[in-house]
Design a binder for this molecule. Structure first.
Ligand SMILES: Nc1ncnc2c1ncn2[C@@H]1O[C@H](COP(=O)(O)OP(=O)(O)OP(=O)(O)O)[C@@H](O)[C@H]1O
Length: 598
């Protein structure tokens, strides 16, 4: 799924207008500046007309009528002065409009991105699992940017076009209705032509974007897989593949350029028709004395001024449509509601880490129950393990304790309080969690360990690492605790990552430690290290851990064996082995496998 569904709602512009109230004054000012700028933009043509009028009619000129100045030089002087004022105002309003629109676009973009990210962050883990990261990222990045582009470029252009047609139309209308008709006649052709072109170009541009993304994807994948390419001496094959993708990009671009280049010459014909008729018909009227010469020159200039900007209608409309589609997607994302919402309560006293599941049924989406009636108790201070075959529902059980999802029925309690009533800090603040896929943030080892407690001192970080048996290998890294890990940092082994995650969890000094052991990530050394560190780090706290290697949980106070979403048996290691059930069989396989000759 690439983007959230777009529900029927108010027009996105209405929605944005009410959402970003704070920017209204700036928006109004930006519109005013754009209008002023357009008006000033049209003025020089009028001044030229007035100047010609002065030269031709002298004392009877329009300027003479308005100012009461007879002398032609004086009249021209006034016009020149007015011209200077107009140009200054045009430049100033152009500057102000650009700064205002761009600033507004940037501000809305920033607010929207931060708001959307904050919202996405608050949505359920399940919501994210049902979508691709790329799809959500596209809304947070591309759609937010597209809206910025519309505000920065599209909105001022639309205002400019409208003001232009209205102003020029008014000048024509007060001058001559015949010429108005002639000058406006090509407008439908130009607008329709622009729209048709836009529609024809759209798939061509889509093809260009598509081919560039294929090319980028190929390049990125190849750079990532360079060792494999070299190992299989596939260099030539990959070079050919990149060349083919690049060629496709070139071909797509060529097609788009050919079509888009034909646009202006064709539209030019329509403009030529309007211009020529104004020139001729207006000229005849002027010769016959029905039209003042000055006005005639104004109208000839104005025809161009009216028609040329209209060639941008197509691309501007496209910008508008994209902007609105993007705004709809961002707004739809903001409308998504979290189903797992935090409570407001706190625990009655300090957290002790006792966990209880009562008659819990849980599952994913519309699927069957993954947990089908679980009753489980971890008394405060005890270390319990959950084991069972793959897919038995072990990780799901841990997710319920952290409230990454809620049960379909039944209750999950922390220290006797339903987790649904607790605020995030009360619940998750009491838990140190080590997930199956350890996520390291881009930053130093120190930052990663201190993630849950950024104010921890170096000694505290070190002590947590020692307890998690991470100190040894961290010391051997080039920069020790300052070594950069995560994206673009040094690559750590699965076992090392897990030990860092354990250090991160225990630095928070949580009442309850929740561990989801990853099968693949645990080597023998880590297994032994975790076993040793578990004894240490579970002192004085409760723990609930999913284990695949039964040897790591031998010493647990109680082991729960899950099978098919139910508790098959539970007890201490010795009790379960003695009982000769599922656990005893798993134990026999694992120890037998360990003893078998390699
Ligand atoms: N996010 C999810 N969406 C849909 N189904 C899921 C999701 N996560 C787990 N499941 C399904 O729920 C069942 C239990 O999965 P779970 O991860 O809890 O098992 P597990 O006992 O931890 O397995 P493993 O030992 O392999 O980690 C599996 O059938 C799995 O396919």
């Amino acid at each position: 799924m690439s983007a959230p569904a777009v529900p029927a709602r108010h027009h996105p512009l209405t929605e944005l207008w009410s959402r970003y109230r704070a920017y209204r004054p700036r928006l109004v000012l930006a519109v005013v500046m754009s209008v002023v700028n357009k008006v000033m933009d049209v003025m020089p043509e009028l001044i030229i007309g007035a100047a010609i009028d002065v030269v031709v009619r002298g004392g009877d000129s329009f300027v003479a009528g308005v100012l009461g100045v007879e002398d032609r030089f004086a009249q021209l002087g006034w016009l020149a002065a007015l011209n200077v004022v107009v140009w200054v105002l045009e430049s100033a309003s152009d500057y102000a409009a650009q700064v205002l629109w761009r600033g507004l676009a940037q501000a809305v973009e920033h607010d929207m991105r931060v708001e959307a990210y904050g919202h996405v962050q608050s949505l359920d883990v399940g919501w994210h699992e049902a979508r691709t990261t790329g799809g959500t990222l596209a809304v947070l990045n591309d759609d937010v940017n597209q809206l910025e582009r519309f505000l920065d470029v599209g909105a001022p252009t639309i205002i400019g076009l409208v003001v232009n047609v209205v102003l020029v139309g008014a000048v024509f209308a007060v001058s001559s209705w015949e010429l108005t008709l002639l000058a406006f006649a090509p407008i439908p052709v130009i607008v329709a032509g622009s729209l048709v072109f836009q529609r024809r170009l759209e798939p061509l541009y889509a093809r260009v974007r598509e081919s560039v993304s294929v090319l980028n994807g190929t390049l990125a994948a190849n750079l990532g897989g360079l060792p494999t390419i070299k190992a299989f001496t596939a260099e030539q094959r990959e070079l050919d593949r990149v060349a083919a993708a690049s060629l496709e990009y070139r071909a797509a671009n060529t097609r788009a350029i050919r079509s888009s280049a034909a646009f202006v010459p064709l539209i030019r014909m329509a403009i030529l028709a309007g211009f020529t008729t104004t020139l001729l018909v207006g000229g005849w009227a002027a010769l016959e004395g029905r039209l003042e010469v000055g006005l005639y020159s104004v109208l000839v200039f104005m025809t161009q001024r009216l028609l040329w900007p209209l060639t941008r209608v197509g691309e501007t409309l496209d910008l508008y449509q994209r902007g609105m589609a993007s705004a709809r997607r961002v707004l739809a994302l903001l409308d998504e509601e979290a189903t797992v919402v935090p409570g407001t309560g706190t625990l009655p006293g300090p957290a002790r880490g006792g966990v209880e599941l009562r008659g819990v049924h849980a599952g994913y989406a519309d699927g069957p129950d993954v947990l089908a009636g679980i009753d489980l108790v971890v008394p405060p201070g005890e270390v319990h393990a959950v084991v069972g075959p793959t897919g038995a529902g072990k990780s799901t059980l841990l997710r319920l304790v952290l409230r990454f999802q809620d049960p379909r029925s039944g209750q999950v309690l922390l220290d006797g309080t339903d987790v649904r009533t607790l605020g995030w800090e009360a619940l998750r603040g009491a838990i140190g969690y080590v997930s199956q896929d350890v996520f390291l943030f881009r930053g130093s080892v120190r930052d990663n360990i201190a993630y849950g407690r950024p104010d921890a001192t170096d000694d505290q970080v070190r002590a947590a690492a020692v307890a998690a048996e991470a100190d040894g290998f961290v010391q051997q890294l080039a920069d020790g605790y300052g070594t950069l890990v995560g994206e673009r940092g040094v690559t750590l082994s699965g076992g090392q990552r897990q030990r860092l995650a354990l250090a991160r969890a225990i630095l928070r000094d949580p009442a309850l430690l929740v561990l989801d052991e990853a099968t693949s990530a645990v080597d023998n050394e880590t297994e032994a290290a975790i076993q040793r560190s578990m004894v240490r780090v579970t002192q004085g706290r409760s723990a609930l851990m999913v284990a695949h290697r039964l040897s790591t949980v031998r010493d647990a106070d109680r082991i729960w064996v899950l099978d098919g979403g139910r508790v098959a048996e539970s007890g201490s290691h010795d009790e379960l082995v003695a009982a000769g059930g599922a656990y005893a069989a798993m134990w026999a396989i694992q120890t037998g496998a360990a003893l078998a000759p390699r």
